[in-house]
Design a protein around this ligand. Structure first.
Ligand code: ATP
Ligand code: MG
Length: 286
């Protein structure tokens, strides 16, 4: 059974979509079947993979309304092992329409259930709000990946997200874990960045990803070409950092299903962290 990772942070512009696209593309490039689901009415993950706006295309709105199956919404992409379920701006209406509907928080989970065996990773790109769309993603997910900008007030606002995760665990999805916190648009050379990193390490411990994502122009340019960074400029620092992040996440869980194609990656990263430590981390997140 695949792992469902929601990329969430209610703060806008912290790198959720950039992370969702490039992490999903990096999983796919590592030869594991991966599905990216655009859960944001802004539809940036959809356009970032080169799909023009099309109100008639089956999208995540139809899934939430039970008007279509996830199977019907699947799109193939430029990467052989990456599929996309797109969004459209009509998804904004789902926030209101869902309020009175039965099982309103469980719609995405239900929709994705038939696909979980087909994909080793399902990555959900959330909108910048703790609304019913994000709630649906968090109920559907096994774990949350939280992108944060390495800035002075980084921790401000994240407590609201952590409270929400706690509440979801207490009621709607007891097995929801935290996949990790990843620093984005990070400039490790500055003293301030180092201070922020130390503070976050203190707060999140092992949940703070070892991989940080630098500010990199290629990551910002790639979506306007409809490509993940590793297709646009595979040697860029941005593309490389997301490949490393994908390896780190795979290494954290190492289920037998993805172990084989990732042997190389795991062997490489094994020099950085002993296997027992990785297993212990997994227990904590379980
Ligand atoms: P929203 O909350 O609106 O959904 P978001 O959290 O998804 O935003 P992104 O859209 O990924 O954030 O990023 C915001 C902007 O910053 C975009 O223009 C994106 O191209 C740029 N960006 C993201 N990460 C990086 C990076 N590491 N280096 C340079 N630019 C980046
Ligand atoms: Mg976004």
């Amino acid at each position: 059974m695949g792992r469902v990772i929601a990329v969430a942070n209610q703060k806008g512009g912290v790198g959720k979509t950039t992370t969702a696209i490039n992490l999903a593309a990096s999983f796919a490039a590592a030869e594991v079947n991966t599905l990216l689901v655009d859960c944001d009415p802004q539809s940036n993950a959809t356009s970032g993979l080169g799909f023009v706006k099309d109100p008639d295309r089956v999208n995540s709105y139809h899934l939430l309304m039970r008007d279509a199956s996830a199977e019907e919404a699947l799109l193939t992409t430029e990467l052989e092992q990456l599929w996309l379920i797109p969004a459209h701006k009509n998804l904004i209406g789902a926030n209101i329409e869902l309020i009175d509907m039965e099982g309103r928080e469980f719609r995405m989970r239900e929709a994705l259930a038939p696909l979980r065996d087909r994909f080793q990773f399902i990555v959900l790109d959330c909108p910048p709000a703790l609304d019913l769309l994000t709630l649906n993603a968090l109920v559907a997910a096994d774990a949350v990946l939280i992108p944060m900008q390495g800035e002075y007030f980084a921790l401000e606002g994240v407590s609201e997200l952590l409270d929400t995760i706690e509440r979801i665990r207490a009621s709607l999805n007891p097995s929801l874990g935290i996949e990790g916190v990843v620093l984005t648009m990070f400039d490790e050379r500055t003293n301030l960045a180092q201070q922020v990193m130390a503070e976050l390490k203190n707060y999140f411990g092992e949940k703070l990803c070892r991989t940080t994502v630098p500010r990199n122009i290629r990551l910002a340019e790639a979506p306007s070409h409809g490509k993940a960074a590793l297709m646009y400029d595979p040697r860029s620092k941005g593309a490389e950092s997301y490949i490393r992040l994908a390896k780190e996440i795979i290494e954290r869980q190492v289920p037998s299903s993805v172990q084989a194609p990732m042997e190389e990656a795991v062997a490489e990263s094994a020099t950085e962290a002993p296997a027992e430590e990785t297993a212990a981390e997994m227990d904590k997140s379980a």
